[in-house]
Design a protein around this ligand. Structure first.
Ligand code: SF4
Length: 195
């Protein structure tokens, strides 16, 4: 089912059901891959179909702990903004319904594979808080307030001195550009394990 324009969504709040962490491979930019490898170890990454992704164990993301993400603010951007999809072009159609004017025009879609989306007339919370935060994170990263569950789990941080030098050469990982952020008109690459 294709994502729907934000104007058809009343509200969404992450209830930490954990289904997205079990359902998808999570693609990483080069910058994200290097940052996560430095903090947690290269063995937390793997390459699938030429993309560097978070490793999966026991049917879910390796960082999933009791349905919660243990990466905290180190979460990849696609995880921070899911199921809100921030685009610069109306890639899923219905451009008038998807258009969202902030400081510039964006096209916002919502992926219904998250089970906690409520359809209807958009709420103030969705319009004033959730979507602007998703846009900001997609552009610049940073902390989450409205796009994450209010539940928290401690982060077992592993330092570089604990893990030693990377045992896997960076050259094994596909070359994403450090300078160029992911283009916003490209749909995020997610591989749905259930399809
Ligand atoms: S984003 Fe949706 S699918 Fe993922 S944990 Fe939150 S409620 Fe569940």
């Amino acid at each position: 089912m294709p994502p729907i324009p934000w104007r058809r969504v009343k509200d969404w709040e992450c209830v930490a059901c954990g289904s997205c962490c079990r359902r998808f491979y999570v693609p990483l930019s080069r910058e994200e891959a290097v940052g996560i490898a430095a903090k947690y170890g290269w063995d937390k990454l793997e390459i699938v179909h030429g993309k560097t992704v978070l490793k999966r164990v026991n049917g879910g993301c390796i960082f999933q702990v009791d349905n919660l993400c243990s990466l905290g603010n180190n979460k990849p951007i696609i995880c921070k903004t899911w199921p809100i999809l921030v685009m610069k072009k109306p890639v899923y159609g219905r451009g008038e319904e998807a258009a969202f004017q902030l400081d510039e025009m964006y096209y916002i879609y919502v992926d219904l594979r998250c089970p906690n989306i409520v359809l209807g007339r958009p709420s103030r919370r969705l319009v004033d808080r959730v979507i602007p935060e998703a846009i900001r994170i997609r552009r610049n990263g940073g902390p989450q307030r409205f796009t994450t569950s209010s539940l928290r789990t401690p982060i077992p941080l592993i330092t570089i001195s604990e893990i030693g030098e990377p045992s896997i050469s960076l050259s094994r990982f596909p070359a994403f550009s450090l300078q160029q952020p992911r283009r916003l008109h490209e749909p995020p690459w997610l591989r749905d394990l259930t399809s």
